[in-house]
Design a protein around this ligand. Structure first.
Ligand SMILES: [Zn+2]
Length: 203
């Protein structure tokens, strides 16, 4: 909608003409709230330059309440940050698990292993909650089978195609300290690193 001001009473004005504007106001408030939540969530996710993002996570021995609490916290954070996946490494926990949104369904995979990948690959721009302003082309297998344990410690085996196949390859990389800048072409890497380099403070 156009940018004219809406300064009438919000809750109690039910005249027909006003309704559309009220919806718009509420939608705008909702957007602002979501954006504020997103920024708060991102502040709780480890960012590029943090050494932990380069470390290899270790296997989870037992899927216990601690692991379930961690997975639940990561799932909330992923949604608040408006991401589609989050690895434990990104919250500073070096254990092998990640959460992701499998086309709308929340999933947890503990000790994930890719047991099959397609010969076919696809290159597409990829972002990362730990490298906020970066979007670089990354080649991934178009289909993968991933196995591990779910949040109850039960074996899980998912046969995934794009886009979920891309998400799990990205998240599994995090558990080995690998980032999208390692997976892209030289030119894109140079441009991304220039963006990520701390800018000098001018006084
Ligand atoms: Zn990432």
């Amino acid at each position: 909608m156009s940018g004219h001001d809406h300064d009438h009473d919000h809750e109690h004005d039910h005249d027909h003409e006003g309704e559309h504007d009220h919806d718009h106001d509420h939608e705008h408030e909702r957007e602002l709230e979501l954006e504020a939540r997103r920024m708060l969530a991102l502040a709780r996710i480890r960012q590029y330059g943090d050494g932990v993002l380069r470390m290899k996570a270790r296997e989870v021995e037992t899927v216990d309440d601690d692991v379930r609490r961690l997975a639940a916290r990561m799932t909330d954070l992923m949604h608040e940050a408006q991401g589609v996946g989050l690895a434990a490494t990104q919250v500073g926990v070096l254990r092998r698990l990640f959460v992701f949104s499998d086309e709308g369904d929340d999933r947890v995979i503990v000790n994930p292993v890719i047991t099959r990948r397609s010969d076919e690959t696809e290159v597409e721009d990829e972002g990362c909650l730990s490298l906020r302003e970066v979007l670089v082309p990354v080649e991934r297998s178009s289909a993968v089978t991933i196995e591990g344990l779910d949040e109850n410690g039960e074996p899980v085996k998912l046969e995934l195609e794009l886009p979920s196949a891309r998400v799990v390859q990205h998240e599994l990389d995090h558990l080995d300290g690998v980032l999208i800048v390692d997976r892209t072409d030289d030119e894109s890497r140079r441009a991304a690193l220039a963006k990520l380099r701390p800018q000098p403070v001018l006084r």
